[in-house]
Design a protein around this ligand. Structure first.
Ligand code: GCO
Ligand code: MG
Length: 428
């Protein structure tokens, strides 16, 4: 095992449930010994594949897979310009695959390599999203029945598009909701069919905040305060409105309020801190240590929401978990559908081994995804359980993965961008 070398680095691009996943498979000179890593950046997958195939792979062939730290540093420094999502995801695919190999060589699950279990399983939150309050309520009840104790709630805003829930149609229009004339544009969906076809929707901050507050109020009065609720603002509203919203939702005792501001508006968190105790979750859009270190050391956030592949994989993430522990910040690694099951398995290894774990986001895996990735972490009664196999404990059925190749997308498959009612671009 000592003389083992990296023999091949493969990029597997697959979308079993319509989300473009990018997986790295590192094969070694030891027959049957390989590792998997998540490099998923669904909005720019081809760029990540090129970064791996054209730039990292030549650095890796014939190297020893043992030296994960050294390889990470070399990959990270070798582009001179660094810290972008494309390069970090590429580095992550390699990094996680090397950790997977390390665990397989040791015969230990990765949480054991990271110091061992601090908990048996990781509490997860699932999403209850609906076009209107009734639909959210139904999904909320169902998730409660299924044993979830932490539920994220998002609702559509009448007459507008928004993040996390299908828009619904009609609705009263108020003077603060922006000009009416934009509704003449054919970008505004008038019915469900058009909504599916749309490239852009119309988003206005005030109507969104009104409907989000109504929803939170309804959920608390219907289900009480003995269940944890979460909400994602998705960096969509003007910062000072965010400050007001954080104060306004304090009474609903959220588990956390997420992405109240964009990373560019980091400093607004100071204001929020001075004015209320709504727990702040932030970070899926961070990819540079100079963005997140100040937030941790000044205790401006409560949960770090970083997307592990977006900062370069497990090597930087486990250091970050340690930094957060020192400052009382809990982990809440990003776990949407566009974190592949391999990425979820990586999140879970840190969840299990980090004392300062807070919560794990879980976007329920589709059936086809589960078939492509045997060993997907299992969720039962609101907890994600490790399967205790060596390494990440997850595999890929390559033959099946190839049956779901990447498809072309409108606009190259970027994020749907909503516009304001006057036609200007809003943050996604
Ligand atoms: C979340 C996220 C995601 C992102 C998505 C972008 O789950 O908290 O905000 O849904 O929007 O990962 O591709
Ligand atoms: Mg989010």
């Amino acid at each position: 095992m000592k003389d083992i070398k990296i023999k091949d680095v493969k990029v597997i691009m697959t979308e079993p449930d319509n989300i473009r996943l990018v997986i790295v498979k590192i094969e070694t000179t030891e027959p049957e010994l390989y590792g998997l890593g998540c490099a998923t950046f669904q909005q720019r997958p081809l760029a990540v594949a090129s970064a791996i195939n054209d730039y990292l792979k030549p650095l890796l062939i014939n190297q020893s897979p043992h030296n994960i730290e050294d390889i990470w540093q070399y990959n990270y420094q070798s582009s001179y310009w660094k810290n972008g999502s494309v390069l970090n995801n590429a580095i992550s695919g390699v990094d996680q695959a090397l950790w997977d190999i390390k665990g397989k060589i040791a015969g230990l699950p990765l949480y054991d390599m990271f110091g061992g279990k601090t908990r048996e399983a990781a509490a997860v939150y699932a999403h209850a999203s609906g076009k209107d309050i009734k639909e959210v309520e139904e999904k909320f009840s169902k998730l409660m029945e299924d044993g979830y104790h932490h539920i994220r709630v998002q609702v559509g805003t009448p007459g507008f598009s928004g993040y996390g829930a299908e828009g619904n149609f009609g609705g009263e229009r108020h003077p603060q909701d922006g000009p009416q004339w934009i509704t003449q544009r054919n970008t505004v969906p008038q019915n469900k069919e058009q909504f599916k076809q749309r490239i852009e929707g119309i988003f206005e901050p005030k109507p969104y905040v009104r409907s989000a507050l109504k929803l939170l109020d309804h959920i608390r009065s219907k289900f009480g305060f003995e269940i944890e609720i979460l909400h994602d603002v998705h960096q969509r509203i003007p910062p000072i409105l965010g400050v007001w919203m954080a104060k306004e939702v304090e009474k609903y005792q959220l588990f956390f309020l997420e992405d109240l501001f964009a990373p560019e508006d980091n400093d607004y968190f100071r204001m929020v801190r001075q004015q209320c105790s709504t727990p702040m979750a932030m970070g899926e859009l961070y990819n540079n240590p100079s963005e997140y270190i100040p937030m941790i050391k000044d205790r401006l956030i409560d949960f770090i929401r970083i997307h592990i592949s977006d900062i370069g994989g497990l090597t930087p993430a486990k250091k970050l978990a340690g930094l957060c522990e020192a400052f009382g910040v809990r982990t809440a690694w990003h776990g949407p559908g566009d974190t592949s099951p391999v990425g979820h398995a990586a999140n879970l290894m840190l969840d299990i081994s980090s004392w300062n774990f807070g919560i794990q986001e879980y976007s329920i895996f589709g059936e086809r995804t589960k078939e492509v990735f045997p060993g997907c972490p299992e969720v039962k009664d609101g907890f994600m359980w490790p399967n205790n196999k060596p390494g990440l404990g997850i595999d890929i059925n390559e033959e099946l993965a190839l049956k779901f190749p990447h498809k072309e997308r409108k606009m190259g498959g970027g994020m749907l961008i909503d516009r304001r009612a006057d036609g200007s671009v809003n943050r996604p």
